[in-house]
Design a binder for this molecule. Structure first.
Ligand SMILES: Cc1cc2nc3c(=O)[nH]c(=O)nc-3n(C[C@H](O)[C@H](O)[C@H](O)COP(=O)(O)O)c2cc1C
Length: 220
């Protein structure tokens, strides 16, 4: 209970701190808040973490490559076991790649194209980061998870939305997708873990799916 209250207090202070932000901005768009108010470092970091959501619709504009370079830099500064930096990350904003994978996915399962506003299999994102780890590594998946979250939080702080996409892995593993996997030039013995959609959000930021605070607590 103590921890629920603590979490709630952090959340409320993150929401309540920015007097000159409108309510939607305070609750849902960290980048908007930080641009218009002076936040302490703690407030800015908390606000960014708590307001990030998985974004599932984007404008067609690819993420600016200078911004993406900052996102990647934040990714590779994530903690990782023995600083082995086991990850391999490949960013794609080539329309023919994104359309090609989408075509393969839709041919295998035509119903996915029936979703309203469907443009591509990456939740309509114009930019995708593919994250891979060595098949044989005790820390690879953990390292890549930390890198991925660093990238998504860095992106959010710049007004760039993101969504982790485990669903694209089996599509990328299809025989027809082989030429695209080859374009990723993953090192020998690496496996694709996830794709991360990046782009400028289109539409409202969704509300946070509920979290179960009872899963994390002190033991005495
Ligand atoms: C490893 C992983 C795989 C995911 N795969 C998908 C996916 O295939 N499609 C999707 O829409 N969201 C996917 N998500 C996003 C989750 O659904 C989302 O993070 C979760 O519902 C919590 O919502 P939030 O990110 O807005 O806080 C994935 C997230 C993770 C960490």
């Amino acid at each position: 209970m103590k921890d629920v209250l603590k979490y709630g207090t952090v959340l409320m202070s993150a929401i309540a701190l920015a007097g000159c932000c409108n309510d939607d901005c305070k609750k849902q768009e960290a980048a908007c808040c930080t641009a218009t108010t002076e936040l302490t470092q703690e407030q800015a970091v908390m606000d960014n973490i708590l307001s990030r959501r998985s974004i599932r619709n984007y404008t067609t504009e690819p993420v600016n490559r200078e911004q993406m370079a900052k996102v990647l830099e934040c990714g590779i500064y994530a903690p990782n076991a023995m600083n082995a930096q086991t990850w391999a990350v490949r960013v794609v904003d080539a329309p023919d790649f994104i359309e090609g994978i989408t075509k393969i996915a839709v041919e295998a399962n035509p119903s996915i194209a029936e979703q309203e506003g469907f443009r591509n299999i990456f939740r309509n994102a114009p930019t995708v980061a593919f994250v891979a780890a060595p098949e044989q590594s005790y820390s690879g998946e953990y390292d890549c998870g930390l890198l991925s979250e660093n990238m998504m939080l860095a992106a959010w702080s710049m007004g760039i939305g993101s969504c982790c996409l485990g669903s694209i892995v089996p599509i990328m593993q299809m025989e027809e997708a082989k030429p695209y996997m080859e374009r990723l030039q993953l090192p020998e013995g690496y496996k694709l873990l996830v794709g991360i959609a990046f782009g400028y959000p289109e539409g409202d930021t969704p509300q946070a799916p509920e979290r179960d605070a009872s899963k994390a607590y002190y033991v005495e």
